[in-house]
Ligand binder design. Structure first.
Ligand SMILES: [Zn+2]
Length: 286
């Protein structure tokens, strides 16, 4: 079946390129015609990191590459392993071994089972063929584009810095069934507990955000999932950091519309990217 839309948008560096690759895997808002979900569209949209690609629109201007998914993450989630699939979703036997993880148990695997505990997405089982199509038509092209950008950068500069860009609902702790002694931070940086990124770079991002007045947490409650685990290998000069933005800072979580804070956050991400650019220029020159 031909694509009704491209699976992703690829924006290349404008001017001098730097070893910076950013991706926004969850901001897609094009719902494929073969989704056939039972949950209403307004609920499906709760899975989106809506507008994240727009908050970071300055990436190409500072010399970075930006890959942004067009398809929605509730349809298929590029931030999951292919075997992280819930077998109970399927009307047949998946031909390869599956290894569903903790998030999949909650319904948030490669293909989401529910929006929240009370809201299933489907009133049917999915066929093996339709899941295959989601993988081949959306998931694999997205991963291929991101991998190419990462490898090109590493080949050219001998190093790459990857920012995996997301936003998080205000009720993140509740959704994750976690109890927290403090409210959700404005920004959550995830480096899988210090394993996917040079700490100096994490510090640069954290201090840049704090200087602009934001609260910042690390790995609480989001550590980063598949993409940064796959890309982040600091020993090989491959650095990968997840950045989560608390949604009410820039959007109305009910209507998904940008709110009055959007322009400020977008401007601040541009300022942060200028710090990243200055840092990476030094790294390249060193
Ligand atoms: Zn996300």
């Amino acid at each position: 079946m031909p694509n009704a839309f491209e699976p992703f948008v690829l924006r290349l560096p404008e001017g001098e390129a730097l070893p910076l690759v950013c991706d926004s895997p969850h901001s897609g808002t094009h719902y494929p015609a073969d989704f056939h979900a039972a949950a209403p569209a307004t609920r499906l949209r709760e899975g989106e990191d809506t507008h994240v690609e727009a908050l970071w629109e300055a990436v190409p201007a500072v010399g970075g590459t930006l890959v942004a998914a067009n398809f929605p993450r509730v349809y298929i989630d590029p931030n999951r392993m292919l075997d992280d699939l819930d077998p109970d979703l399927l009307d047949g036997q998946w031909p390869e071994p599956l290894a569903p993880g903790e998030k999949t148990r909650l319904g948030f695997g490669l293909i989401w089972r529910n929006i929240d505990a009370a809201t299933p997405i489907y009133d049917r089982k999915l066929s093996i063929a339709e899941v295959r199509n989601r993988i081949d038509t959306y998931y694999r092209p997205y991963h291929a584009a991101l991998a190419k950008a990462v490898e090109d950068s590493h080949w050219r500069f001998g190093a790459v810095w990857h920012l995996n860009l997301h936003s998080m609902p205000n009720n993140a702790y509740e959704r994750l069934k976690k109890v927290s002694p403090h409210p959700l931070a404005d920004f959550v940086l995830g480096d899988r507990d210090g394993t996917t990124c040079d700490p100096e770079f994490v510090h640069l991002i954290e201090s840049g955000l704090r200087d602009m007045g934001y609260s910042v947490a690390r790995n609480d409650p989001y550590k980063g999932v598949q993409l940064i685990a796959q890309i982040g290998r600091p020993a090989e000069a491959r650095h990968s950091l997840q950045i989560e933005i608390r949604r009410p800072l820039y959007m109305d979580e009910r209507t998904r519309e940008r709110n009055s804070g959007f322009a400020t956050v977008q401007r601040d991400m541009g300022r942060l990217l200028q710090k990243v650019r200055d840092y990476l220029r030094n790294q390249v020159a060193a």
